[in-house]
Design a protein around this ligand. Structure first.
Ligand code: 5GP
Ligand code: SF4
Ligand code: MG
Length: 458
């Protein structure tokens, strides 16, 4: 998911709309904006893309006020339907509050069970809703104290923005799994999942919200708190591999350069004699450029993408996912025919994309096809907000590289090694931590309850 927030700007909801536009790659299922006019909150939310949900310009006069938050969603917890659209907005004893969440709370089900036993009635199936129920119960006087108390109950990944009538709160979990950046525009503070949102609205990038930091903005300015005990940060390496936009700066580095470096290391680890390097667009492009530069093999666009189709993997239905590859990509025969081709992509999840593309490239006349993946085999599911499927659907959880090579019908297959990944990405800039790479290594930095059958990791 993607989140955005702005406090103290006359065009708050309009700028939030633009910010969400820039964050659309982080979720296409649904989106929403909540604004505050100082006395009341106003909301508009719906299923679909930002441009569709906010088609009607008159919406922005309804979303009045100088502060607002927004969200683009793809589901990791909870079903994909209207009741789970964010920001969640509630009225309680102390007024109104809205929240937008990127991440996944690993103990949400436990907390929810307890709350339900003591009388709470939930209106969504999303993990995020436990936050507002907890908020309604804690007693502390200030909003900052109440939010910190609530966040001590939940565990997992969260980059959050809260909006009340008079305040905006932005928090990153102590591990800092998901990105969240702070900027300024015309004197107003802005927050976004990724810096590419600031580029669009011409906000100045100030810094990242630190792992474990809570920032409260009110008419009195900015206050920063560190309500949690010291934890070694473990931001998500998969943001650099796939999820974030290449033009964003997250965890201290621009994503584009990191992806190219993955490609370079991959070229050193899995060199091959070939005539051309082609990416699977768009996710494989920077790594393919790195691979081509390092190997000296020319880079070409051998597959053309239809840009009017969303990312297939975010479509929640299996039937659409299969159809997705053909509708999205078509080979360029003159680049491929008679050639030994290196095909570069960022990851193999189920293996269906790679298998179909290799068939396509073979049919376009490739003499040899060498598949290169700019991340290690994805063998473990993510519990921190990336929608990887269950363990048994992950092809590399039960198959060797050679078996996968046979399944996808490539002539050779090479994955970036875990050591190569760690070397290329380096350490995150803030807090002396290291990256989470649990989906590759099986080393989970935050424990989760073993609720799912596939979480028996041993
Ligand atoms: P597959 O067909 O192997 O299931 O999906 C691989 C393709 O999905 C790759 O091209 C990759 O860019 C994209 N992808 C990246 N991350 C994810 C993810 O977290 N889940 C899924 N299902 N696909 C992803
Ligand atoms: Fe990111 Fe993978 Fe860790 Fe999930 S398990 S937070 S996708 S690195
Ligand atoms: Mg892809």
């Amino acid at each position: 998911c993607g989140v955005f927030g702005i406090f103290g700007h006359p065009e708050a909801s309009n700028l939030t709309y633009l910010g969400l536009y820039a964050l659309q790659h982080r979720g296409q299922e649904s989106c929403g904006i909540v604004s505050s006019d100082g006395g009341n909150l106003h909301a508009h939310r719906g299923m679909g893309l930002v441009a569709d949900v906010f088609r009607d310009e008159s919406l922005f006069s309804r979303l009045c006020g100088s502060s607002s938050i927004g969200h683009v969603r793809y589901s990791t917890a909870g079903t994909s339907d209207l009741k789970n659209v964010q920001p969640i907005m509630v009225d309680y004893l102390r007024g109104s509050i809205a929240v937008a969440h990127n991440g996944n709370l690993v103990n949400a089900q436990e907390v929810r069970n307890e709350l339900e036993l003591s009388g709470s009635i939930f209106s969504t199936t999303s993990d995020t809703e436990v936050l507002v129920h907890l908020l309604a119960r804690v007693q502390a006087d200030s909003l900052a104290e109440r939010v910190s108390e609530v966040l001590k109950v939940v565990r997992g990944a969260y980059s959050l923005v809260f909006l009340t009538e008079t305040r905006l709160v932005a928090v990153r979990d102590p591990n800092g799994f998901r990105p969240l950046v702070l900027g300024k525009l015309d004197g107003a503070y802005v927050f976004a999942s990724e810096s590419c949102a600031f580029d669009l609205i011409e906000a100045e990038f100030i810094r990242e919200v630190e792992p474990g930091e809570m920032i409260v903005i009110s008419k009195d300015g900015l206050q920063s708190y560190h309500p949690f005990g010291k934890v070694t940060p473990t931001p998500c390496v998969f943001e650099h591999i796939y999820f974030a936009r290449p033009d964003s700066i997250i965890f201290g580095r621009q994503v584009y350069g990191v992806r190219k470096e993955f490609g370079r290391v991959l070229a050193r680890e899995f060199a091959v004699d070939a005539d051309v390097v082609i990416p699977i667009p768009d996710s494989g492009v920077p790594a393919a450029i790195g691979y081509a530069e390092e190997s000296g093999i020319p880079f070409q666009l051998g597959l053309i993408r239809n840009h009017y189709v969303g990312r297939t993997f975010i479509e929640p239905q299996q039937s659409i996912r299969h159809f997705g590859v053909k509708i999205k990509l078509n080979p360029v025969r003159e680049v491929i025919e008679g050639k030994r081709v290196v095909v570069v992509d960022d990851s193999i999840v189920r293996g269906t994309t790679a298998r179909k593309i290799i068939k396509m490239v073979r049919a376009a006349g490739a003499r040899e096809i060498h598949m290169r993946i700019s991340s290690p085999p994805t063998s473990f599911p993510c519990y921190y907000g990336i929608d990887t499927p269950t363990r048994k659907e992950l092809i590399s959880s039960s198959h060797t590289v050679e078996e996968i090579n046979r399944y996808i019908t490539s002539d050779s297959l090479g994955y970036l090694s875990l050591e190569g990944l760690r070397e290329a990405v380096g350490d995150p800039s803030i807090g002396g931590g290291h990256f989470c790479d649990a989906c590759f290594s099986g080393y989970y930095p935050v424990k989760f309850p073993r609720l799912k059958a596939d979480s028996q990791l041993g």
